[in-house]
Design a protein around this ligand. Structure first.
Ligand code: 5GP
Length: 112
């Protein structure tokens, strides 16, 4: 069965697409937790970060470099937070790897 994010990538479900290339897509989160809340999603449907294999090394590097690109595009690259929820206990709801990119407000530490 396709993940929610595969359906978005395939244009079966609409989303605000901020950025896309051959390996990943960035969309606005439907329930933003900050003025800017983007989900950066690899097109490869990896369930979660802990299931990445050695062969995913270049893809992971690409995702991190794309975080830099997207935050530059949005003018928040001096201050932003990224977050990956890995597993249910960590708050993961969609089991297709994604990086939350949050910006536009001050963040506290530790997170809840
Ligand atoms: P997780 O909890 O898995 O780390 O994050 C899933 C994120 O996907 C949540 O922040 C949630 O608001 C977002 N989300 C869930 N359904 C949709 C949707 O249909 N469209 C978009 N753009 N975001 C969604």
């Amino acid at each position: 069965m396709k993940t929610l994010f595969e359906k978005i990538i395939n244009r079966e479900i609409p989303a605000d697409i901020i950025y896309e290339d051959e390996l990943c897509i960035a969309i606005n989160d439907i329930n933003p937790q900050a003025p800017i809340h983007i989900l950066l999603i690899p097109k490869k449907p990896i369930k979660k970060l802990s299931e990445c294999k050695k062969e995913d090394k270049d893809l992971l590097a690409h995702l991190f470099m794309t975080v830099v690109k997207v935050t530059e595009m949005l003018g928040i690259h001096d201050s932003f937070r990224i977050n990956i929820n890995n597993g249910e206990e960590a708050g993961q709801e969609v089991f297709h790897l994604h990086i939350h990119i949050l910006g536009g407000r001050k963040f506290n530490w530790p997170p809840g």
